[in-house]
Write a new protein. Structure first.
Lengths: 112, 113
């Protein structure tokens, strides 16, 4: 089955810096890659997603890139703000299954 | 549009007791998921329903966990008897049919002591 690896597990940046989170997946048939933000005490909230027919997608300060050949995808956050502090999860779906397989998450801390 | 509703939000029980969690998905969403999230880890799928039928329950510990979605809308997840390692957040999620965006509820936090 699908296996998603996510790194780093923690990241601390200064407000205004950029943050990058990287994920790899194992199943070449996976075709949908969402990113979720989870704040303390809340459920995961979708922030951006990308499908396998697209290499890059951007939404304001957030962008996601996908390299199908290498089977990895990344989340880029620019001009970070304290409210970006949260745990970020990558996930992969596809290969005939609607099941989302999640990475272990990365705790981002943005220091004012 | 209302989101995925879950209750109770928090529950503390002793080991070997039972507990049940309820979920009401987003209106019109045929697919419903229960995920288990242990502290410090990503969510892990327990069971997926398509309307009232089970699509995937391969990671559900069937000796103690059960779930149902009798009328294809609300769902309940039951644990009996609970073990210490069941302490986790139980997340319900829903989506339209097919590979679509999956929306999560706020979760039900379970502590087994």
């Amino acid at each position: 089955g699908e296996n998603v690896e996510q790194h780093p597990s923690t990241l601390s940046v200064q407000e205004g810096d950029s943050a990058v989170i990287k994920c790899t997946y194992s199943d070449s048939a996976s075709n949908y890659f969402p990113w979720y933000k989870q704040e303390l005490g809340k459920g995961p909230q979708l922030i951006i997603d990308i499908r396998s027919n697209v290499g890059e997608k951007k939404d304001q300060r957030i962008a996601v890139t996908l390299n199908k050949t290498a089977k990895h995808f990344s989340l880029h956050i620019t001009e970070t703000q304290p409210e970006d502090s949260a745990v970020y999860f990558c996930a992969a779906q596809g290969g005939g299954s609607e099941k989302l397989v999640f990475g272990k998450g990365m705790k981002l801390t943005v220091n004012p | 549009e209302a989101g995925v509703a879950q209750s109770p939000r928090y529950k503390i029980i002793e080991k070997r007791q039972s507990v049940a969690f309820w979920c009401n998905p987003i209106s019109g969403h045929a697919t419903l998921y229960w995920y288990q999230q242990i502290l410090g880890q990503g969510p892990k799928l327990l069971i997926q329903f398509q309307n009232n039928g089970v699509v995937d329950d391969s990671q559900l510990p069937k000796d103690r966990f059960s779930a149902e979605r009798l009328k294809g809308v609300d769902s309940t997840l039951k644990i009996q008897p609970a073990k210490l390692e069941d302490s986790a957040v139980y997340l319900c999620a829903s989506s339209l049919t097919g590979p679509n965006t999956i929306y999560f509820g706020e979760g039900s936090w379970l502590t087994v002591v």
